[in-house]
Design a binder for this molecule. Sequence first.
Ligand code: AGP
Length: 646
Amino acid sequence: MCGIVGYVGRDRGQGSSVLDSVAPAVDQESADGQHGALDVVMEGLRRLEYRGYDSAGVAVITADGIESRKKAGKLTNLVEELAADPLPRSLTGIGHTRWATHGGPTDQNAHPHLADGGKLALIHNGIIENYAELKAELTGEGLTFLSDTDTEVAAGLVGYLYRGLVESGAQGDLLTLALQQACQRLHGAFTLLAIHQDQPGTVVAGRRNSPLVVGLGDGENFLGSDVSGFIDFTRRAVELGQDQIVTITPDDVTITDFFGAPAEGTEFHVSWDAAAAEKGGFESFMEKEIHDQPDAVGQTLLGRSDVSGRLVLDELRIDESILRSVDKIVVLACGTSAYAGQVAKYAIEHWCRIPTEVELSHEFRYRDPIVNEKTLVVAISQSGETMDTLMAVRYAREQGAKVVAICNTNGSTIPRESDAVLYTHAGPEIAVASTKAFLAQITAAYLLGLYLAQLRGNKFRDEIADVLADLAEIPAKIQAILDDAEKIKQLGADMANAKSVLFLGRHVGFPVAMEGALKLKELAYIHAEGFAAGELKHGPIALIEEGQPVVVVMPSPRARDSLHAKVVSNVQEIRARGAVTIVIAEEGDTSVAAYSEHVFYVPASPTLLAPLLTTVPLQIFALALASAKGYDVDQPRNLAKSVTVE
Ligand code: AGP
């Protein structure tokens, strides 16, 4: 939640070219290619807006001191504000897009917040839990506050400490010192970035349990909530540890802990390119990301086996003897990632014969779970920053469990705090509603399951090779669904006035049904619920009335245990009560047409791999329905891409 950017550059002369359409005519780039702070910050905010879009703001250091502009609503409002009231050229700046926690989404509550008589500007991501206590203390010292935010209290504290240092005659980098002292007093989760007009050419940041990465440039340096904050300018990045302060100047990056002791970060190369985070001709990021899915699955499979067909997961640096002795797997995740875990449970238990539980991260650690050295925790997170999952990972490790992260974001916190990581290679996912990350997560979790089965001897090599061969066919099958999506798009658009849509599935189709319902809730703001088809008769069937749309994820007729016949019976039961059924079935399953108002076929696949296909029409359906309602599918209301608060 909240996107944060910081920039500082060396003065190499001035020119007059304008960088982009985001901040028209607001800043300049010099003739030798030097960036203006506002260019960089606005470009970073444009890329980070998916993290929160309740308000946006910037502050820069100019010859006359700190200047700031901020505006409630989406980034475009700030762009308009900057066009109406431009900022002078600057080489030091910070910017913020907000997902509101303390205080509503107003201009006043937007960041940056100023302190020290307007000489200091500060932005923040996270929640400062002891802000009320600090506010009372600072008010007692004569400070006044204009907003309802915890951030303004943090700004006030840093400004107050800065002033104290000046008055005590302290020398040197007082902003870094003040931020160190402030961070020692703050409780909760935070990334703070501050600039002070008396220290042009310096941006100081502190982090605890909240994301921050450094971008390394030539005569310029960057800060971002994630690498997309500076991906247009550099691919060299530095991961920071917990409870660290980083000070960037044009030529230096200095890292300490909160007490000033020197610390180090870890440099890494950003493999995503800027174009991967653009819409590429599609109307929305979500549409583009749905179309990225053949690639997302293909890339996640790439390079995971050796010439003899043996599965090799180099990143899985956990002692093989520990993996052999695992007697329980606990998958921890939230939202869509948790549904990926639920799909994977069927496969992992089937292939490895290890009992596997899937638990929402925020429920896990508060119920005294049974976790020990023989438990393997699999933490699934697209962003790698979800606070609920991070806290659950920490708890599990404290209990002695080994943790493998399945993550899409290099340099993020969850992989860094896990024992090993299996990266999904879906590329940047910008739309708030997760699509390609979901399929990539299932793929990665399947690779993990197959690897454990190989290691523990649950499956013969040729059996594993067969599943890998089936997985290798999935990208082309997804492409076939995408190439033939007009009918489902049309149905989504035709159903724009639906008040409620139910989803039914069985076996691996059950989590797919829940994921289909989640997509519709978050994008179209209508009631949608996913049920296990077998559970219908135990209560939910009472919801069925004349005209109720029900999407059914039909198992393959070739599947074991007559699941197909049972779900067909469920379809008949709801049709008899007036439901309008929309069935996602396997190609060749001609029997369902007689029982469905609408049928959409996906290519045949083994049962366990079917979710990689049946999910796709549900994504397209939700996208089409929400688009027909005129909603912003990339930035649905009230949501943020990366949920970094508990
Ligand atoms: C899915 O469309 C949502 N945006 C949300 O449920 C998401 O999957 C969840 O917040 C978990 O995020 P993560 O994968 O980054 O941890």
